[in-house]
Design a protein around this ligand. Structure first.
Ligand code: FUB
Length: 310
């Protein structure tokens, strides 16, 4: 099974790894993505793949005649799920047509759509501006949903996790200005002496795949940065609402033209989940989720991760 866009979460000692699912069928050289899959582990070594736990069919508004897109056949891009007060909330995009939310009583589902319409409608910047939802609950209980390519957007979710505070931003939607940096600005030579490929020396910035993470009261925003092929980078901020200060590159481009971070603490270690095209037959549209340990410097900065190859 080819998987991409990892979204790990930990609950009651189990690590739940939600991800999108690249099908080895359909149009070549295109994403063929219909559902979201779940794998679990309790030791990071032995994994159980539960297969699809939710799909585009769970969003009635994704039907072709309504979305005007591929209907239930394509567009199940990067998801993320989270637990709150005994309910599981899975945020899933219908490729740029909107971001929906599904609710279940347990992580394996069944998931249902309480709104029967997108939580975040396709909007503003363009086709991809309603993709890559990431959900985060701060220590004070305030939940946030971030998303977007090439702009970064967020809403403050209400406690019900299926609506948001419309009194802030523009009808509730906040745009985050992201600093444009040149990759070459990362303290060359970088921590492990890796030389970045030439195209990456052009100006770059946040592109997609946001992921929020907190450590020692510092908020981290991990993301996929452009230009293609994507690298992974991070910014930090004093609050989950930013303002964000660029931190540096975390992973140089791999052998898929996209990448997508998911960072989580589990059993005393921090892990960076990402994707590449390492499985036999893999390519940029048949990707595989991978994981490596993530470490931190004493000042909170993040050393580059060298993907484990064996
Ligand atoms: O998986 C489809 C898209 O590719 C995701 O939404 C992006 O983050 C990139 O991984």
């Amino acid at each position: 099974m080819y998987t991409a866009d990892p979204a790990p979460m930990v609950h009651d000692g189990t690590l739940y790894l939600f991800s999108s699912h690249d099908e080895d069928v359909g149009e070549p050289n295109n994403f063929n993505m219909k559902d979201w899959v779940l794998a679990t582990t309790t030791d990071m070594v032995n994994w159980t793949q539960h297969g699809a736990v939710a799909s585009l069919r769970d969003f009635p508004w994704a039907a072709k005649e309504i979305s005007g897109w591929d209907g239930f056949d394509n567009g199940a891009w990067a998801p993320q799920a989270i637990e709150r007060d005994g309910k599981w909330y899975l945020y899933g995009p219908v490729q740029g047509r909107g971001i929906g939310v599904l609710v279940a009583d347990n992580p394996l589902g069944p998931y249902t759509d309480p709104l029967k319409k997108p939580l975040i409608a396709g909007h503003a910047g363009g086709l991809y501006d309603s993709i890559d939802p990431t959900v985060y609950i701060d220590d004070n209980g305030q939940a946030y949903l971030y998303w977007g390519n090439p702009n970064l957007w967020s809403v403050k979710l209400n406690k019900d996790m299926i609506s948001y505070d419309t009194s802030v931003g523009e009808n509730g939607i906040i745009r985050h200005p992201m600093t444009v940096k040149a990759l070459g600005e990362r303290n060359p030579p970088d921590t492990q002496g890796t030389t970045l490929p030439k195209p990456a020396l052009r100006g770059t910035s946040y592109e997609e795949g946001p992921w929020l993470y907190k450590r020692k009261n510092l908020n981290y925003l991990f993301f996929a940065g452009g230009p293609l092929p994507e690298h992974l980078a991070y910014s930090t901020g004093p609050t989950p609402e930013g303002p964000w200060t660029y931190g540096g590159v975390v992973m140089v481009p791999q052998n898929a033209f996209t990448n997508h971070p998911g960072v989580i603490d589990y059993k005393g270690k921090t892990y960076l989940f990402y994707h590449n095209a390492e499985l036999p037959g893999g390519d940029g549209f048949k990707r595989s989720v991978a994981v490596d340990e993530l470490t931190f410097n004493p000042d909170g900065s993040v050393p580059m991760v060298q993907p484990t190859k064996e």
